[in-house]
Design a protein around this ligand. Structure first.
Ligand code: FES
Length: 312
C-alpha cells in the first residue's frame, strides 16, 4: 500500500508532555481500516520516522488519532512533532500495521504504563463496544502525567484502576496477585521496559500466548554525549558530516542521498549498509558478531572514532 499524505487537523494537549494529534487525509481520501493495537509510521517534521499507536475506532476511520509524548532527551522525532507539526502541517504516513493484535478471549486484562496507554485505550474502547469483559490497570507517575484520565474514568468506571507511583520504585504497582494463578484470560501490556519486563518475569508460568506485549519503545537513537563525524560514500565520492544530534541515516537523507529504512531503531535490518573501513559503535539488535566488521545499521550505529567509509 502506498504512503498517505495527511494533514494535522487538530492538536489537543493531554498532559504537559503528551499531545494528541488528529490526522486527516488530503482531499478526504478513504483511509485504510485498522484493528486496536495497530500503529502508523510517520515521517516527523525532523524527517525521523516514528511509530505511533492509533487510538480511535479503526473500523471506518475518517481520521487517525495518535498521542505523542515529548521524550525528555528527544532532539528529533517527538520534539519536532510537538514543535513543528502544527495544524495544517502535512505529514507522510505509512498505512497502519499491527504487531499487537487482540485475540479472542473470555476475559481481558489490559495493562498500560505512561504513554503505553495509547494501544490499550484503543483496545478497551473496542472491548467496550463489543460488550466483552475487561479490566485495565493504568500506571503513571502522577494524575497530571496521565493522558486520557478523565475520559477513561467516564467510559470505563470501576473497570479502570489507576495507580500513581510518583517516580518512586518503592511505590510501583504490585501485579503479583493478578498473575499468581494462571487465568483463562488474555493480557495485553504496553509501557516502559521495566514494566513489561516485570510482567514478563511474573507471568512465565502462564500458558503461551496469554500474555502479550507491545515491544516497540521510543529509541534513543542519539545519545547525550554523541559527537559529530564524517561518512565517506565510496561509490558517489560524497562526504557527509553526521551532526552530533542526527543518525547517519538522517544525515544522508538531509544531504539528499537516497536511503531505505523502516524501523529506524536498529531492529528490522532494512538499512544494513556495507562498511568499507572505520571503527563502528554498533548499536543495533540485528547484526551477528561475524557481520560487524563489514556491515553497519546506519539508523542507529555511529563512528567510534574518525570517519566511516560506506559502500554507497
Ligand atoms: S531501519 Fe530498521 S534496522 Fe535500521
Amino acid at each position: 500500500m502506498t504512503d498517505l499524505t495527511m494533514r494535522v487537523e487538530a492538536r489537543r494537549p493531554l498532559t504537559e508532555q503528551i499531545c494528541e494529534f488528529t490526522l486527516a487525509p488530503l482531499d478526504g481520501a478513504e483511509l485504510p481500516t485498522f484493528e486496536p493495537g495497530a500503529h502508523v509510521t510517520i515521517e516527523t517534521p525532523s524527517k525521523a520516522m516514528r511509530r505511533y499507536s492509533l487510538i480511535n475506532d479503526g473500523s471506518a476511520p475518517e481520521v487517525y488519532k495518535i498521542a505523542v509524548k515529548r521524550e525528555p532527551e528527544s532532539r528529533g522525532g517527538s520534539a519536532s512533532m510537538h514543535d513543528e507539526a502544527t495544524v495544517g502541517t502535512e505529514l507522510r504516513v505509512e498505512p497502519p500495521e499491527n504487531d499487537f493484535p487482540m485475540g479472542e478471549a473470555n476475559e481481558y486484562l489490559l495493562i498500560a504504563g505512561g504513554i503505553g496507554v495509547t494501544p490499550i485505550y484503543s483496545m478497551a474502547q473496542q472491548l467496550d463496544r463489543e460488550g466483552k469483559p475487561f479490566n485495565i490497570i493504568y500506571c503513571t507517575r502522577s494524575p497530571e502525567d496521565t493522558a486520557y484520565l478523565d475520559e477513561m474514568r467516564a467510559a470505563f468506571g470501576d473497570r479502570l484502576l489507576v495507580h500513581h507511583d510518583e517516580g518512586d520504585p518503592e511505590k510501583v504497582y504490585d501485579f503479583w496477585d493478578h498473575f499468581e494463578e494462571p487465568k483463562n484470560m488474555h493480557v495485553y501490556c504496553c509501557g516502559p521496559a521495566p514494566l513489561m519486563e516485570e510482567i514478563e518475569a511474573i507471568s512465565g508460568h502462564w500458558p503461551e500466548g496469554r500474555v502479550n506485549f507491545e515491544d516497540f519503545k521510543p529509541v534513543d537513537v542519539v545519545r547525550e554525549d554523541d559527537k559529530a563525524f564524517d561518512v565517506v560514500l565510496e561509490k558517489s565520492g560524497k562526504r557527509v558530516t553526521v551532526p552530533e544530534d542526527r543518525s547517519i541515516l538522517e544525515a544522508l537523507r538531509d544531504a539528499g542521498v537516497a536511503t531505505v529504512s523502516s524501523c529506524e531503531s536498529g531492529t528490522c535490518g532494512t538499512c544494513k549498509t556495507r562498511l568499507l573501513s572505520g571503527e563502528v559503535d554498533h548499536r543495533d539488535m540485528v547484526l551477528m558478531d561475524e557481520e560487524k566488521s563489514e556491515n553497519i545499521m546506519i539508523c542507529v550505529s555511529r563512528a567510534k572514532e574518525g570517519e566511516l567509509v560506506l559502500d554507497l
